[in-house]
Design a protein around this ligand. Structure first.
Ligand code: RET
Length: 270
């Protein structure tokens, strides 16, 4: 029924075009700079936490690449004519985003489980359940992104089932893990739980905008800017929290005080 609802609108104002253009540009900078930070910082945490930093670095590198492609696609989809941005005839390719999630969401889940510090058997079973549910969530969401409004509703609803399952699993596990930690780490674990809920919650809200009566250019802009903000929170900001947990646990494991310097062998471990 009807037209594909999110075919790029024919014209955008200067402000509308730039809002998305600048959000994508900010995302490229955030992903690139945080990739350098995560890779460089991995030698300042104990070997068992290095995997979390390496995974963070990979996530933001993959996302940085995809944002470069998304940015170029957006730029090519419009041309400035008489003070407004008119469609150039080249389609805006939103599939990069779903490909990006397909790779980065399982990695983010792996990172989260890695900083939880659970026994290996428990970690493995948790990771499997999370990875399968996240693949289902993304695969079920995509047809709704490119279909009619009715399709958007039903696929969105189907995708919400594994989404709720993931949040329910992680909320419980993060809560239990936090209660086993020393007070300093407990605060970070609690913040991680809140950031996870807050940032992941933005995705379905952005997806639902066209269903809430927001149409045309505003809906395309809302969806793109919403996903971009959520991605910056869920990848670089989340990674910094994981780093804070790893460095705090490293200090605790070494029995160091607040002002002592951490001295580790730079090449040990990962
Ligand atoms: C979709 C479709 C509509 C319903 C739901 C969705 C959830 C998407 C999420 C994406 C998370 C992505 C992350 C990326 C970071 O690398 C697919 C929009 C629930 C939660 C964390």
């Amino acid at each position: 029924m009807g037209l594909a609802q999110n075919a790029a609108p024919a014209t955008l104002s200067l402000g509308q075009f730039s809002a998305v253009y600048n959000a994508f540009s900010l995302a490229i900078a955030a992903m690139g700079a945080s990739a350098v930070f995560f890779f460089v910082s991995r030698s300042s945490v104990a070997p068992k936490y290095r995997i979390a930093l390496v995974v963070s670095g990979l996530v933001v590198t993959i996302a940085g690449y995809h944002y470069l492609r998304i940015f170029n696609s957006w730029d090519a989809a419009y041309v400035l004519k008489d003070g407004v941005y008119a469609s150039s005839g080249q389609p805006f390719n939103d599939a990069y985003r779903y490909v990006d999630w397909f790779l980065t969401v399982p990695l983010l889940l792996l990172e989260t489980v890695a900083v939880l510090g659970l026994p290996a058997v428990q970690s493995r079973s948790l990771i499997w359940r999370l990875v399968i549910a996240s693949a289902l969530m993304i695969v079920l969401g995509y047809p709704g992104e490119v279909g009619t409004l009715t399709a958007r509703f039903w696929w969105g609803l189907a995708s919400t089932v594994p989404f709720v399952y993931i949040l329910w699993l992680l909320w419980g596990e993060l809560g239990q893990a936090a209660s086993r930690q020393k007070p300093e780490v407990q605060l970070y674990s609690r913040n991680m739980k809140l950031l996870l809920l807050f940032s992941w919650g933005v995705y379905p809200i952005a997806y639902a905008l066209p269903l809430l009566g927001i149409t045309g250019a505003s809906s395309v802009i809302g969806v793109q800017v919403g996903y971009t903000i959520a991605d910056i929170l869920a990848k670089p900001v989340f990674g910094i929290l994981a780093y804070a947990i790893a460095i705090t646990k490293t200090r605790q494991d070494l029995g160091l005080g607040e002002d002592d310097e951490v001295v580790l062998t730079p090449r040990g471990g990962l």
